[in-house]
Design a protein around this ligand. Sequence first.
Ligand SMILES: *Cc1c(COP(=O)(O)O)cnc(C)c1O
Length: 417
Amino acid sequence: MTSALALLGGTPTVTTPEPHFTWPPVTSSTVEAVRRQLGDAISIYDRSGVIADLEDALADYFGVRHVVLTSSGTTALHSLYAACGIGPGDEVIVPAYTFFATVTPLLHLGAIPVLAECDETGNLNPEDVLRRITPKTTAIMATHLWGLPADMHALKVLADEHQLLLLEDGSHAHGASIDGQRVGTFGHAAAFSMNGPKPLSAGEGGFVLTDNQDVFHRVLLHGQYNKRCRNELPTAHPLYRYAVTGMGLKFRIHPLAARIALEQLDHLNDYLDGRARVAAHLHEQLAELPGITVPQPPLRVRSAWYGLPLRYHQRELGGLPPERFHQALQAEGCHEVDRPGSTCPLNLLPLFQAPGALFPAYVGRLGYAPGDFPVAEELHRNTLKLPVWHREEDMPLVDQYIEGIRKVTEHHRDLQG
Ligand SMILES: *Cc1c(COP(=O)(O)O)cnc(C)c1O
């Protein structure tokens, strides 16, 4: 059989040399900022220099009172949960569909993650959250999957009605907003990653946001012992006597990472505007193709476009399995089209099925299993993710990807049987 499809011997659509997407954008100004930081300081124990500069800039960007930088998003989440007083036996309702680090710190605190189902966007379904509230529930944690804000208004109503803490993992969604309000500012506190590909990148890093002074002090005690605690807790604070040791964990960010993030933050809004333009173009061009739908944020909701999730509809392409569709796109040279792996329904991961081998306190607990979250699992199986470029000069490449996707949908019959 002959076919135009590259998978069957045809010519690949995408001719642009790799890499097709790199993040964060590293320019001469990034390099110069890092070079200057190397001369200034590469270990900072207190809130000074680039640490203070970045925390102030983030506090300003988000309009919050307190920011604490951390070594990663995972450590930011760990400090956040600890600082909110979440401990043994507390139930925390978390998205079933998220990156696992949204949830794993809870296991280190002895708390019980209660997974909740998503809606068609992949974000928490507030109705399912409601069903899972018990007298032991203390908090609701929301992720903004692929940069699209979760329904924070509905979650806020739920949290307030049931006197629960509302928390956010904004790791996909720096700068995303609902009615002009940035994600990370809807609840009691929020954690963000600044890992490599995240919309605001330090290479490695994270931060906690909160307006709550007690949470702020406890975030410091949890992972920023000694100088920061001694300098920033009031001496009259009941926990001040623990300032030297804090809780004994050291989650400080590296100053070079903080410097990278500070330089990136200057450009974040431009990056987001560029991504919104590219996402709109992709939406417009891909909308009429059979087999895939491209989500559009509702009016007044701004995504950070950490990724563009394409929803695959197998039946519209004669039952072609998503694995095969993905293979065909890869063969066309659309190498950045990804089937997400580690961001998945958490009930599919051994850690949430049988945590006891790693966390003895959890022997016989959790016990999630495949099939527990049909909406999330179906969505996960049928999601193909594209990076969202932000520069005008990327448009020819974006158009080649669009052509590649169009070609595979047009020739899908060649792949049957
Ligand atoms: C990346 C990520 C994390 C973890 O952040 P790290 O900086 O990699 O530790 C947590 N939650 C979500 C949703 C993430 O995407």
